[in-house]
Design a protein around this ligand. Structure first.
Ligand code: 5AD
Ligand code: SF4
Length: 475
């Protein structure tokens, strides 16, 4: 699930090494992360756990004694990328036999035997719920054993671990509010790799937000595979677990975090169309510091395809949610995820995806070709029968529609003034800063004497399909 800096995480920071300082045992950790924001957030937990046993991180793999790849299984090409990196590090290992190589995250759970035994590519394999075990496992493997823990948990939320902020700009941070997923979308491997859904104690979430604010952070993104099903002290069936304790749903959690400080912005990802309530939308509308931006993956614009995807909603239901957003927050930006060429998708069904994109006019979209994943419902029930060339041409068509939508949306913003949280210096020009407005649009503007981490009013004077070019308005 991610725009602006979040966009960067999804698109270009993939595999970038992450850094942390800590008490020194002389050993260095090189940690690369792939995939979704949740994986980047998990890497911060991993760095925190290993920092406690004395590991400092390095951006230079050559000086590392431990290389960890936090991996993603969502599409086949994500796994391929990691395999290439593993081969690369195995070559390094030939020169430095002491080097330990570990696989974390979704591929760990999926490929443990293969990675350890058949391909002998790695020494350590640790699944998303077993990171507390890492220091022990590193020790085991140092004693010559292969170290594995891919057990999934029903309870682990790492609530008590204060993540080390990696590659941080000191302004924006992720807070993981839940783990796992129970939805079983038929295309998705996540429920198998990350296990059952569980929510994190709201007190620990608010505490983390408060701490981040004290440290100077000005934006937190609450992360979960489906934030709308966040539930504390309530069973799936809606029964209260402990009557003495407070029950908290996502709208209530968001409100608690919004109340931490008026200058701490709140974002969240990912929303699920089947579960997103008007209550959540009204809470967003009530607080200025809850950003007016929703990532609402549609996946397909055709009800039959949605049924095959086991998404739990129809096109009409989805459009009803869009209408509710527009009614309750007319200025709210919406982005989406789309899959092209799912099993059995006909030309007419694909045309429905194009038409829903034109109807909603998303600000932004992540668009993918369907990639069959082992063990998923789709793999068991359907045939991956849309030819590659057709998937490709459908993907190109939706990308074209989205570029037009993004440009249209950005053009409509030109002339308007927005409050922007300054996140850093623009990659393209030292003399420029960048930040995002509440709708998550990236704005670039002259640096002047403005400081990172402050709010400024910026008037959009020009745009591309990806960026608003702005001028700072004197306040
Ligand atoms: N093939 C292609 N895209 C997928 N996604 C999830 N699983 C698959 C798959 N097997 C996409 C969905 C999801 C996003 C995170 O990744 O659009 O919302
Ligand atoms: Fe996968 Fe669906 Fe869960 Fe998202 S909601 S992680 S797409 S199963």
């Amino acid at each position: 699930m991610s725009m602006g800096s979040t966009k960067v995480l999804e698109e270009s920071k993939q595999g970038e090494a992450t850094m942390v300082e800590g008490p020194d045992n002389g050993k260095k950790l090189y940690l690369e992360s792939y995939g979704c924001q949740m994986n980047f957030s998990d890497s911060e937990i991993v760095a925190s756990i290993l920092a406690k046993s004395g590991y400092t991180t390095t951006r230079n793999a050559e000086e590392a004694s431990l290389v960890l790849l936090n991996t993603c299984s969502i599409r086949e090409n994500a796994e391929q990328k990691v395999r290439n990196r593993l081969n690369h590090f195995n070559n390094t290992k030939k020169k430095n036999p002491e080097l330990l190589i570990g696989v974390l995250g979704c591929m760990a759970e999926r490929l443990k035997a293969q990675l350890l035994e058949e391909e002998k590519l790695v020494d350590i394999v640790v699944g998303p719920d077993a990171y507390r075990d890492l220091p022990g496992l590193v020790e085991e493997v140092t004693d010559g054993r292969k170290a594995v823990n891919v057990l999934l948990s029903r309870e682990e939320t790492y609530a008590d671990i204060n993540p080390v902020r990696l590659n941080s700009n000191g302004v924006t941070a992720f807070i993981s509010i839940m783990r796992g997923c129970d939805n079983m979308c038929s295309f998705c491997v996540v429920p198998f790799t990350r296990g059952r859904e569980r929510s994190r104690d709201p007190e620990s979430i608010v505490h983390e937000a408060r701490y981040l604010h004290q440290e100077g952070y000005r934006e937190v993104t609450l992360l979960g595979q489906n934030v709308d099903s966040y539930r504390w002290n309530v069973t799936k069936k809606g029964e209260v677990i402990d009557p003495e304790k407070e029950t908290v749903n996502f709208a209530q959690l968001m409100e608690k975090v919004a109340l931490v400080a008026p200058d701490l912005r709140i974002r969240f990802s990912t929303s699920h169309p089947k579960d997103m309530t008007d209550d959540v939308l009204h809470t967003m509308a009530r607080y200025d510091n809850i950003c007016k931006y929703i990532h609402l993956p549609v996946q397909s614009g055709n009800t039959d395809v949605l049924k095959r995807m086991n998404r739990g909603y129809s096109r009409e239901w989805y459009m009803n949610r869009i209408d509710a957003i527009r009614r309750i927050m007319p200025d709210c930006a919406i982005s989406t995820d789309i899959i092209a060429g799912f099993c059995g998708e006909t030309d007419a069904e694909h045309a429905d995806t194009v038409s829903i994109m034109k109807e909603v006019e998303y600000e932004f979209a992540y668009m993918f070709k369907y990639s069959e994943r082992p063990k998923t419902l789709a793999e068991r029930k359907f045939t991956d029968d849309v030819p590659e060339a057709v998937k490709q041409s459908r993907l190109e068509e939706i990308i074209k529609v989205q570029s037009a939508n993004s440009l249209k949306r950005n053009k409509a913003s030109v002339g308007q003034t927005f409050e922007v949280l300054v996140e850093g210096v623009s990659k393209k020009s030292d003399g420029k800063l960048f930040g995002r407005n509440t709708q998550n649009a990236v704005m670039v503007f002259d640096r002047g004497d403005i400081e990172v981490g402050t709010y400024v009013n910026v008037k959009a004077v020009d745009c591309t399909s990806a960026t608003l070019i702005g001028e700072v308005v004197q306040q």
